[in-house]
Design a protein around this ligand. Structure first.
Ligand SMILES: [Zn+2]
Length: 306
């Protein structure tokens, strides 16, 4: 996959900017690549839309978690229609990043109510100007228009009763950003973690918008405590996982944090820390989608302020 060879944030941001420019969905795609994959009865995962979209179907209607990037908006409806003719009633956003809210407008235009933590709405109202990370320059994301914004917002938690299940949204403060929510389908025993777990590599810690490595590790600990051995975990990006996958991820982050902090205490500069490769071999799931220097950069910046 292209993103494995290029700076991820740059690639994603570039895709976003292309989408804002109104480009059509890539021509070399095939419907199969976007076909919903059943996770358990009544819950599906849609891939390749910029993030993992969870789709809950049932007699009451459709609820989805996140809407992918703006390019995805052109296909989301038709893909969902392959599994349900019912309307999408609710869209739950996990956080404000463009690869999770880009399809909001299309779904909202078709009648869905957008729901998110209140910081998601506040962040979407502002320009997102991400500083360069590990030497990679990022374009500016302009504020979103009203038709993209969540219309129902909550602070700490929300509960939706739909399709004979109970869906709990739980906000975690200062972790991936300051707007992160996980959604827990209690009866189905499925959790969509948003970007509080990426099974395909190191996480982005958005320290410029309330993110924190310590908060991130705490949040993953909390999610683990909600799981049992049968809980199905849909990460923000990457393959579907389980409680053990979360435990392994937490341990990786904790070890990386310890390694980087030790080098900071030895007085090493960011360049020296990056050169000593403190995350070497820590991620076991193949090559991380996010190049390690981009992860080390933000963790170093946060920990060196302590
Ligand atoms: Zn994100």
């Amino acid at each position: 996959m292209k993103i494995k060879r290029m700076p991820y944030l740059f690639v994603i941001l570039s895709i976003c900017v292309m989408s804002i420019g109104g480009r059509a969905f890539p021509q070399n795609t095939t419907p199969d690549k976007y076909a919903p994959v059943k996770v358990t009865d009544g819950i599906y995962r849609i891939r390749n839309f910029g993030c993992n979209i969870a789709v809950m179907i049932g007699d009451d209607g459709v609820l989805i978690i996140d809407t992918g990037d703006q390019a995805a908006a052109l296909k989301t409806d038709s893909v969902i229609k392959t599994i349900s003719n019912m309307p999408v009633r609710y869209v739950m956003n996990t956080h404000y990043h463009y690869d999770h809210v880009g399809g909001n407008k299309k779904l909202s235009d078709n009648g869905a109510v957008i729901v998110a933590q209140e910081n998601t709405r506040q962040r979407m109202l502002k320009e997102w100007n991400v500083p360069s990370v590990a030497g990679v320059k990022n374009p500016v994301i302009p504020p979103y228009s009203e038709d993209y914004l969540p219309k129902i917002c909550f602070r700490d938690s929300i509960t939706i009763y739909l399709n004979k299940d109970t869906i709990q949204g739980i906000h975690f403060l200062n972790c991936h950003s300051d707007s992160d929510v996980i959604y827990f389908f209690r009866k189905a025993n499925v959790i969509h973690t948003g970007d509080l777990f990426l099974s395909n590599g190191f996480p982005i810690i958005d320290i410029y918008n309330g993110g924190s490595i310590d908060g991130y590790i705490r949040a993953v600990d909390n999610i683990i405590s909600l799981c049992d051995e049968r809980t199905i975990i849909i990460p923000g990006h990457g393959a579907v996982s389980d409680r053990q996958g979360l435990v392994d991820y937490r341990n990786m982050l904790s070890t990386a944090r310890t390694n980087i902090e030790k080098l900071i205490k030895e007085g090493k500069t960011l360049d020296q820390v990056t050169a000593s490769d403190p995350t070497k071999d820590l991620f076991k799931g193949g090559k991380s989608w996010l190049p390690a220097p981009m992860f080390i950069d933000v963790v170093y910046k946060e920990l060196s302020k302590k």
